[in-house]
Design a protein. Structure first.
Length: 119
């Protein structure tokens, strides 16, 4: 992978990280502003369900932020773009679709087949 490609993926990842962090801030603000103790149990349950869904989403995004940081570290150490299972280069098209990909499409497909068989 050449330097311009690395720079391209760094820009994508930094923007993605920035967007996710802005979502976290919006969630915190939203939950602080909208936290109301409704007298009606149905209204209270609806608000709790909304907050719960929002927190689950943020938890998934938190895990994604960790992956993004690891991917940025891999770019800096010239380990980005190689499959951690077989060592071959991950295709640019796959990285464009999923910049945090750590496996080539063949290894990822095999992993998913194994997961389905064991479930």
């Amino acid at each position: 992978m050449n330097e311009s490609q690395k720079e391209h993926f760094q820009q994508i990842l930094h923007k993605w990280k920035k967007d996710l962090m802005e979502e976290v801030d919006r969630t915190v603000d939203h939950m602080q502003d909208d936290a109301t103790n409704f007298p009606d149990p149905i209204d209270r349950a609806a608000q709790e369900e909304e907050f719960s869904l929002e927190l689950r989403t943020r938890d998934r995004e938190r895990k994604l932020l960790i992956k993004i940081s690891k991917t940025l570290d891999n770019i800096k150490s010239d380990e980005y773009g190689y499959c951690e299972s077989c060592g071959i280069e991950i295709g640019i098209r796959r990285l464009e679709a999923r910049p945090t990909a750590t496996q080539c499409i063949d290894c990822k497909t095999l992993e998913e087949i194994r997961e389905r068989q064991s479930a």
